[in-house]
Design a protein around this ligand. Structure first.
Ligand SMILES: *Cc1c(COP(=O)(O)O)cnc(C)c1O
Length: 395
């Protein structure tokens, strides 16, 4: 047998509490019992999004939420500004073009981000723009965009600020209302610790005004319809019932830990990874310190002379640890260690030791164990010590 660990930046590991809940006999979705779950989840999601707006749960992967953020607020021919420096930013632009929008793509090289000042200039140049669409954590490059700064620019205009917060919301600081984010999107299989199949979308009153004039066709992802249904503690269509049940347990775990602690844990884990990989001479792909690295995934440049495409394959097939390679043109050039959702100190060591073994086999020269040791040093110094009694008897 080979013991397997899912350490990708989505889908992520699911805690056993959630798996057990999802294995229960199915509940019918048009019942008072399920309505309680719908309402309770929605309340808890507001605490994760930090918003007073309703947070809708769509039965779709994250991309469904992205698509809804276009179709519900725009009309054919409308101009949108898309910040694009990776695969997911590009996806926003592709969806916009698929729906006949005039997409102004603000591009930066992979590994970099687009600064608030550039967005300010673009909004001056395209005052007709109805929306600014951006990533928060660009999962393909492991770069975090300055969403707070960008939102402060967009909020001075009539455009709405739309944030793909999948791999950020629930892992990194996010204040939807306070920052002035108008549409926020999150996804189940990333920081929410449940399997793929749910997308979460919230929208502000500024976005709601735009929605009322928006003429793009929509049916399944009709957010106004979902909002009306949520008021009645239900969903427009048959939801992924088991996922709603699992989400209920996962959200309770997150809120019990406290969002501040969840976010701090993600930061500490990410920082450990960053220190550890650099201790064996590896380089981050994110253009640090010009950009902020994401706290949910670390992208690493494949070292000279190593066959990069083999790193994830070796780690998964020989050592049981699933990470992610580079997407598209970055295949073979980077590899990505995921660390979001159900992650803690021990996961760091699991990933690093497998990474070291794969790199060693693929010919990279370094001292075995050094990244693991660096991680352990960092953990000892920086991680909070849990407040539990350690009995001398060892029980
Ligand atoms: C995973 C991810 C998505 C959504 O992808 P799906 O496969 O549709 O769930 C979108 N944006 C980002 C930043 C992601 O990490």
């Amino acid at each position: 047998m080979m013991k397997r660990f899912l350490c990708a930046p989505g889908p992520t590991a699911v805690p056993s509490e959630v798996l057990v809940e999802m294995a229960r006999p199915l509940m019918h979705h048009r019942t008072p019992q399920f309505s309680e779950v719908v309402a309770e989840n929605a309340e808890m999601l507001k605490k994760v999004f930090k918003t007073s707006s309703p947070v809708l749960t769509l039965t779709a992967s994250g991309t469904g939420g992205m698509e809804a953020s276009i179709t519900n607020f725009m009309s054919p021919g409308d101009t949108i500004i898309v910040l694009s420096a990776g695969k997911f930013g590009e996806r926003f632009a592709e969806i916009g073009r698929a729906y006949g929008l005039n997409v102004v793509e603000l591009k930066a090289e992979y590994g970099k981000d687009i600064k608030a000042e550039e967005v300010r200039e673009a909004l001056k140049k395209y005052p007709e723009a109805k929306g600014v669409y951006t990533e928060y954590s660009e999962t393909s490059t492991a770069v975090a965009f300055d969403v707070k700064g960008i939102a402060s620019v967009v909020r001075e205009t009539s455009a709405i600020m739309v944030v793909d917060g999948i791999t950020a919301i629930g892992a990194m600081e996010f204040e939807m209302d306070e920052w002035g984010v108008d549409v926020a999107i999150a996804g189940a299989q990333k920081s929410f610790m449940i399997p793929a199949g749910l997308a979460f979308v919230a929208y502000s009153s500024k976005a709601e005004k735009l929605m009322k004039e928006a003429k793009l066709p929509r049916f399944y992802f009709d957010l106004a319809k979902e909002r009306k249904n949520l008021e009645k503690k239900t969903t427009a269509w048959t939801p992924a019932i088991s996922l709603f049940m699992g989400l209920n347990v996962a959200l309770k775990m997150m809120l019990e830990e406290g969002m501040e602690n969840v976010i701090k844990r993600h930061y500490l884990v990410a920082e450990t990874f960053r220190q550890a990989v650099q201790a064996i001479g590896l380089h981050l792909f994110a253009d640090v310190p010009n950009v902020r690295p994401s706290d949910s995934v670390t992208a690493i440049r494949v070292p000279e002379g190593v066959d990069g495409a083999k790193i994830p394959a070796y780690m998964r097939n020989k050592y049981g640890v699933t990470i992610a390679g580079g997407q598209g043109s970055m295949k073979g050039k980077i590899f990505r260690l995921g660390h979001l959702g159900y992650v803690d100190k021990s996961d760091i060591v699991v990933e690093l030791q497998a990474m070291e073994l794969a790199l060693k086999e693929l010919g990279y020269t370094f001292e075995l164990g050094k990244s693991v040791a660096a991680a352990q040093e960092y953990i000892l110094k920086n991680f909070p010590v849990p407040n539990v009694a350690v009995s001398e008897a060892g029980d």
